[in-house]
Design a protein around this ligand. Structure first.
Ligand SMILES: Nc1ncnc2c1ncn2[C@@H]1O[C@H](COP(=O)(O)OP(=O)(O)O)[C@@H](O)[C@H]1O
Ligand SMILES: [Mg+2]
Length: 321
């Protein structure tokens, strides 16, 4: 439904988005995750035809954002970072106005305004001035305007930013309920948001793609398995340690991490549901190495996110292979 290929955006000489590729299938809810300044808003503005890419291509429902923007706009609803609201208008009046702007048939507008107002839980404030609304209500009016022409695709830029916990909860429920019927890409810099709302995640950092996978895959890759950190005393050969520990039943991977104070630290990953600590300890001792420390190094999605988006680490990922 959404296809992004080698997308690059330069502002003057500053490259905000650097050759990213991803696809979103019909009916998916995809989280577009990255720290502030990663290039999320830039990418979303390109997808919604607000500005052209410098290089690369993007298409929505098979229509190119550059050459077929009218077709794209018909199929896309956009909630920008700051919803495009008119404070001096009443909610119903505003949504009616948006309907006209979007070129919807006049006869359809009132019933559609009513429908989206109910769907987005703003029907009870339809005669209120937008300036008098709470942030949560305003955000839902923003969602209602994005939904008004019943687009296939919704592009939501940080839809829960600035909301209180209760409003965040309500907004997430609403977004989840829109999935399936609509294809949704939502940006966020908050990880739990992705875990709670999305099925897939595209992670960017400094304009570069760092990961794309299903949330279930990423989470089980990181949570279902246990990682044990083992510190061995003295001068030992990392290759020999790796070879020995990889033979332990239930161990899936051994990575030499660092040499510390004359010792060696390795990380031992196990297959989901296996506790390999006792066997790993036994293997180290039986090999005649000094076991200095053995502890669980649990890895969360949070940690992988931090690692993937850290300034120093992951720099090689962006380099040409
Ligand atoms: N109009 C612009 N001119 C110059 N630089 C910009 C402009 N808009 C955004 N940037 C820069 O591009 C980078 C990505 O911004 P943005 O896409 O807004 O990131 P995000 O939404 O992930 O926080 C930032 O470093 C930002 O300062
Ligand atoms: Mg942004």
């Amino acid at each position: 439904m959404i296809k992004v290929e080698g997308l690059t955006k330069r502002y003057d000489r500053f490259e905000a988005v650097h050759g990213i590729d991803f696809e979103v299938e019909k009916g998916q809810i995809v989280g577009f995750l990255g720290p502030n300044g990663a290039g999320k808003t830039t990418t979303m503005r390109i997808l919604t035809c607000f500005m052209p890419p410098t290089e690369g291509k993007a298409s929505v429902a098979g229509f190119d954002v550059m050459t077929q923007s009218m077709e794209v706009k018909k199929r896309i609803g956009y909630l920008p970072e700051t919803p495009p609201l008119y404070p001096e208008m009443e909610v119903e009046e505003y949504l009616t106005f948006v309907g006209r702007l979007k070129g919807m048939p006049a006869a359809e507008i009132p019933s559609r305004v009513k429908q989206v107002s109910e769907r987005c839980a703003v029907a009870d404030v339809s005669k209120k001035l937008i300036s008098k609304l709470s942030k949560g209500y305003r955000q839902r009016v923003g969602l209602a305007q994005a939904l008004l022409h019943n687009p296939d695709v919704l592009v939501l830029d940080e839809p829960t930013a600035g909301l209180d916990p209760k409003q965040i909860h309500e907004t997430r429920d609403l977004i989840r309920s829109l999935g399936g019927e609509h294809t949704i890409i939502l940006s966020t810099h908050i990880l739990p948001e992705v875990e709670q709302t999305c099925e897939y995640v595209v992670i960017i950092s400094k304009g570069k793609l760092v990961a794309k996978d299903s949330v279930a895959n990423l989470t089980s890759r990181l949570r279902g398995q246990e990682t044990v950190s083992v510190e061995i005393e003295g001068r030992v050969d990392a290759g020999a340690v790796k070879e020995r520990l990889e033979k332990v039943d239930g161990v899936s991977r051994v990575t030499a991490k660092e040499e510390r104070g004359g010792g060696l630290v390795v990380e031992v990953e196990s297959v989901a549901g296996r506790n390999v600590r006792t066997e790993v300890a036994r293997a180290v001792v039986n090999a005649g190495w000094g076991l200095h420390e053995l502890k669980t190094a649990s890895v969360s999605l949070e940690e992988i996110f931090l690692e993937l988006t850290a300034p120093e680490q992951g720099d090689d990922k962006g380099k040409k292979k």
